[in-house]
Design a binder for this molecule. Structure first.
Ligand SMILES: Nc1ncnc2c1ncn2[C@@H]1O[C@H](COP(=O)(O)OP(=O)(O)OP(=O)(O)O)[C@@H](O)[C@H]1O
Ligand SMILES: [Mg+2]
Length: 274
């Protein structure tokens, strides 16, 4: 048995614990014959930043989409506080999803919209604010991601660098004023300096919003800079959870090899791609 498994096993009979903001109980999800999640048990505590690591293709993005309600598990339960979300009807789910911001792996901006329209989108969708206030908030959210040149507002995503796109993606997430932020490989594909700036940004967002965050990353600098706890996904289950300090010194071979950047066994897909 891999050490750490016991620590993450949750008795489904126990009702959601108040301290766990997000709780996955025995979550299974397959695409046809491919069983991607095979009994994920995971708790994410209020206000923490949990980093999820695992090899390429293990199902990390799928896991975030399950938490966000985009994908429904075939079996198991997904709880956010005392709300079970995997069984919510579409309307209630849409309402619920406004509390969660996903910063997608490829930024996932709307290509036909300008930066301003992209960042304004969550406000427009909620129809709570007048145009002038929306514009002010858009400018403010872009300032928070250090995009201060007014010219950027009118640009389309195709005119931005990879790092700028990620920043715009973060600004759009901030426009949701989220309680939960899911970051899918925020630094992948960026040079080390830009990647470090994005890590700083994750910390800044964390400090200013106090959101509960889940960060999927292959970037060990990111793990140690932004994380409070680490979870490892392997072969469809969470095989390890521990604090960042515990993870540095873990005797779990799979985790320590990952942390030290050495592959264990043949990699199925080569290097991770953004
Ligand atoms: N919508 C989908 N339909 C069919 N298969 C899918 C779908 N989404 C993901 N998969 C498959 O599920 C597996 C896990 O995908 P996922 O994107 O979660 O991997 P990952 O751990 O995020 O990898 P990476 O580190 O490369 O981003 C992959 O084999 C992928 O092809
Ligand atoms: Mg992924």
């Amino acid at each position: 048995m891999i050490s750490g498994i016991e620590a993450t096993r949750i008795d489904p009979a126990i009702s959601p614990k108040p301290e766990a903001r997000i709780r996955l109980v025995d979550v299974h999800l397959a695409f046809g014959p491919q069983r991607v999640l095979r009994g994920v048990n995971l708790e994410i505590f209020s206000g923490e930043t949990l980093v999820v690591v695992g090899r390429s293709g293990e199902g990390k993005s799928v896991l975030l989409k399950v938490i966000d309600g985009i994908l429904k598990p075939d079996k198991g339960e997904v709880w956010v506080e005392d709300q079970r979300i995997d069984t919510l009807p579409p309307r209630a789910l849409n309402e619920f999803r406004r509390r969660i911001a996903m910063v997608f792996q490829g930024a996932a901006l709307f290509d036909s919209m300008t930066v301003e329209e992209n960042v304004a989108f969550p406000y427009r969708e909620r129809r709570l604010l007048a145009d002038k206030s929306i514009r002010e908030r858009v400018v403010e959210n872009l300032r928070r991601v250090h995009l201060v040149d007014p010219g950027v507002l009118r640009k389309k995503p195709a005119e931005l660098s990879g790092g700028m796109k990620k920043r715009v993606g973060v600004a759009r997430a901030l426009s949701m004023e989220p309680e939960i932020i899911l970051w899918d490989e925020p630094t992948t594909g960026l040079d080390p300096v830009t990647a470090d700036a994005i890590n700083d940004l994750i910390l800044e967002v964390q400090q200013s919003t106090h959101a509960t965050s889940v960060v999927v990353t292959h970037d060990m600098a990111s793990v140690f800079k932004v994380g409070n706890r680490v979870a490892m996904l392997n072969q469809g289950v969470i095989v390890y959870t521990g604090t960042v300090e515990e993870t540095r010194e873990t005797e779990n071979a799979m985790v320590s090899q990952f942390v030290q950047g050495r592959a264990q066994g043949p990699l199925t897909e080569g290097l991770p791609v953004g």
